[in-house]
Design a protein around this ligand. Structure first.
Ligand code: SAM
Ligand code: SF4
Length: 266
């Protein structure tokens, strides 16, 4: 499918939950967030319906994100359901890695192609400071397990303040080099203030080549992370919401005053 700016849209990112087992300072307040009612959270049946309709329109690449996707019950079953939909060439997941050691083999067997794991520092104390709750050893073990079961390529998402030359980013880069991992640097953003930028080593944030639609954990299709537009699959139907999102996908991002990374999916 093509939008009105002739961008080919073939990538759907799905936030399967607003819940998380960490509280990264740049993503969530320390006290946590007001969680969605369980009955508002998108069901696996709804997700599958959206993926099928998207694939029929030309999507061939899907990423599962959150919140933390691995805290959602039955996530391996969801991966299996999506992987079984003909037409998907690439099924990835973005995770904080805390539960990855436990799930990597099952995810691979269920049909997940690859994972991106978030890691901003290799310093255990600093990691705990940034994530407020996390133990870095669990993430490193998760990354190793993902590589062992060949969820490849394993990519590392590293949030930076301004530059990939910051000390923590340099250490993470060296770790990636030694462990055959690809690294992507994401500048810390503020959606409310319209502060966003391109992902270094990735494709995100470059509006001219944006190929994405997003499905939020409460069942809305968003044409752009950096914009308030969203179309509810419950109000408009799956096809109606997809059509509206495609039709209204903005030429470039502006501000998003309604959502944040944890419910839209970064
Ligand atoms: N919980 C998973 C994780 O952390 O990888 C998946 C969801 S998280 C919202 C997806 C990505 O968004 C992560 O790589 C995270 O570092 C990034 N992210 C979250 N808040 C951000 C912010 N304010 N600016 C830039 N990236 C952010
Ligand atoms: Fe959770 Fe990911 Fe947000 Fe950190 S960035 S609080 S791990 S959703």
């Amino acid at each position: 499918m093509y939008d009105k700016f002739n961008r080919r849209i073939n990538y759907l990112r799905i936030s399967v939950t607003d819940r998380c087992n960490l509280r990264c300072t740049y993503c969530m307040p320390e006290c946590g967030i007001k969680l969605l009612d369980h009955n508002l959270i998108i069901s696996y049946e709804e997700i599958v319906e959206v993926v099928k309709a998207s694939v029929a329109m030309g999507v061939d690449k899907v990423r599962i994100t959150g919140g933390e996707p691995l805290v959602r019950k039955g996530i391996v079953d969801l991966v299996r359901m999506i992987a079984g939909i003909p037409g998907i060439n690439d099924l990835g997941m973005t995770t904080n890695g805390i539960l990855l050691k436990k799930y990597a083999a099952d995810l691979k067997a269920a049909g997940l192609t690859r994972v991106n794991v978030s890691l901003d520092t290799l310093n255990p104390e600093k990691f705990h400071e940034i994530t407020r709750l996390g133990n870095i050893d669990q993430v490193l073990e998760g990354i190793a397990e993902a590589q062992r079961v060949k969820l490849c390529p394993v990519k590392i998402n590293c949030v930076i303040q301004k530059s990939s030359q910051e000390p923590d980013a340099l250490v993470v880069a060296e770790y990636c080099k030694q462990n055959n991992l690809q690294i992507r640097y994401i500048r810390q953003m503020d959606l409310n203030l319209g502060h966003y930028s391109m992902v270094e080593g990735g494709e995100g944030g470059d509006c001219s080549i944006c190929n994405r639609l997003r499905l939020t954990s409460d069942g809305k299709i968003k044409p752009c992370l950096f914009n308030n537009l969203e179309y509810s699959i419950r109000d408009l139907g799956v096809q109606g919401a997809l059509n509206m999102a495609l039709r209204h996908k903005p030429k470039c991002g502006s501000v998003n005053t309604m959502g944040t990374f944890y419910n839209i999916g970064g």
